[in-house]
Design a protein around this ligand. Structure first.
Ligand SMILES: CC(C)=CCC/C(C)=C/CC/C(C)=C/CC/C(C)=C/COP(=O)(O)OP(=O)(O)O
Ligand SMILES: O=P(O)(O)OC[C@@H](O)CO
Ligand SMILES: [Mg+2]
Length: 235
């Protein structure tokens, strides 16, 4: 039995980038055993079906929910080890392609969608230096009130269950995360970007429902990730 919105009960996600290596001596099994609530497999650049499959297969035997977060329709894989697909839609993208266009092409070319395992994440991309910002030509020049308004639009006008405040590669402004948190009631607020230890995780976990940890797993390894899981569950 799968729950309709399992992320309602999550505090922590580990995002594994199939285009990046793990530190010496660290295995995917070690990362799955950190106590994270779910693993998202995805990244912006260098993603292929092959490297996606390799990471999903490596995580499949471990007891943690696995989701694919594809950065384009070509890399979506059909793997039963996945609970499903978390599909980004970038609310502040510079081109409608990254809001609905890629999605339309995906549905048009697929013809047999697995809707029961497909959900969306309403991204607000905040770090202009990140690959995801250049890739989607995002307008990152946003104040807290802009972000709060995007979050409210995502929830109230577009019925988004997940709002994702994305500072990928840099630690964001807690006041902005707080503003997004106050603007949403029903949606689950994900925060990701630059979380690197207990305190940085705790700071964002005060406001976000779920914190997402990415590069840390590739750059530092298991101990550092464990600290962030602990913070996410304590705050
Ligand atoms: C319709 C389908 C199936 C796909 C389109 C989905 C969209 C709109 C993707 C836009 C880009 C996006 C939001 C990708 C999600 C993954 C992500 C944000 C990864 C982290 O990004 P970076 O940290 O910038 O990238 P690297 O770590 O790879 O450098
Ligand atoms: O890699 P970091 O900076 O931890 O960001 C996590 C995640 O939000 C990236 O999509
Ligand atoms: Mg990254």
């Amino acid at each position: 039995m799968t729950t309709a919105c399992p992320w309602d009960d999550w505090n922590h996600i580990l995002k594994i980038d199939p285009d990046k290596q793990l530190p010496e001596g660290v295995t995917y099994g070690d990362l799955c055993a950190t106590g994270t609530d779910a693993i998202e497999v995805g990244g912006t650049m260098g993603i292929t079906e092959e490297n996606m499959e390799a990471v999903v297969d490596a995580c499949a035997e471990h007891d943690v929910p696995l989701y694919q977060e594809p950065s384009n329709p070509e890399v979506v894989i059909d793997n039963r080890a996945l609970e499903g697909y978390l599909i980004p839609t970038v609310f502040n993208a510079g081109s409608p392609f990254w809001i609905t266009g890629a999605h339309k092409e995906w549905v048009r070319l697929d013809g047999d969608m697995d809707w029961d395992r497909t959900w969306t994440e309403a991204y607000i991309v905040m770090n202009p230096e990140a690959d995801v910002a250049t890739y989607t030509e995002a307008d990152c020049d946003l104040d807290a009130d802009d972000v709060a308004a995007y979050a409210e639009v995502a929830e109230r006008m577009f019925g988004q269950e997940i709002v994702y405040l994305e500072y990928s590669g840099t630690f964001g402004d807690p006041d902005v995360v707080q503003a997004a948190s106050e603007a949403t009631e029903e949606s689950t607020l994900f925060y990701g970007g630059g979380i690197h230890d207990y305190d940085s995780a705790a700071t964002m976990a005060q406001y976000a429902d779920v914190i997402v940890v990415g590069d840390l797993a590739h750059d530092e390894g298991v101990e550092a990730v464990l600290e962030t899981v602990e913070a996410a569950n304590n705050v």
